[in-house]
Design a protein around this ligand. Structure first.
Ligand code: I3S
Length: 128
């Protein structure tokens, strides 16, 4: 029998802090503006929240607050983009609507985990 909680609530894949800058909106280039962002990957959506204070972070739940922006990962492209910044560990996410983001963390393992997790979700959606 169908489990309603499973079908109505997409899986929380990953959340954490990354540095983020949006570099294009609908294919139009934007000026970089790097800021820390609380990033949440739920189902097909990558959501960006305001960088929370550390105590808020402990009790953070997806339903409690509204994302500043949200990205549909279906058909999105992901690639390493160290050529696009002086920072280390930079990768670029481009949506089908032509929105582009650079994401980055100074911690190699953190960045790699994020890249791999987002990559896996995109590949899974490509197979649907
Ligand atoms: O690719 P760019 O233009 O060298 O990116 C840098 C600039 O956007 C800079 O801002 P202003 O030129 O508006 O002051 C940012 O502060 C830098 O962070 C950008 O470069 P990095 O290498 O950090 O992505």
């Amino acid at each position: 029998s169908a489990d309603s909680s499973e079908s109505s609530t997409p899986e929380l894949e990953k959340c954490g802090l990354l540095n983020k800058t949006k570099i294009a909106e609908g294919g139009r280039k934007l000026r970089k503006n790097w800021n820390p962002s609380w990033v949440v990957l739920v189902g097909n959506s990558l959501m960006f929240f305001k960088d929370p204070k550390s105590q808020t972070l402990q009790s953070w739940k997806p339903g409690n607050s509204k994302p500043e922006s949200s990205v549909d990962l279906r058909g999105a492209q992901l690639r390493w983009a160290n050529d696009m910044s002086s920072k280390k560990n930079v990768f670029r996410l481009r949506t089908v609507t032509g929105n582009e983001f650079l994401l980055q963390s100074d911690t190699d393992s953190v960045t790699r985990e994020w890249f791999n997790t987002i990559h896996n979700v995109i590949e899974k959606l490509d197979r649907d």
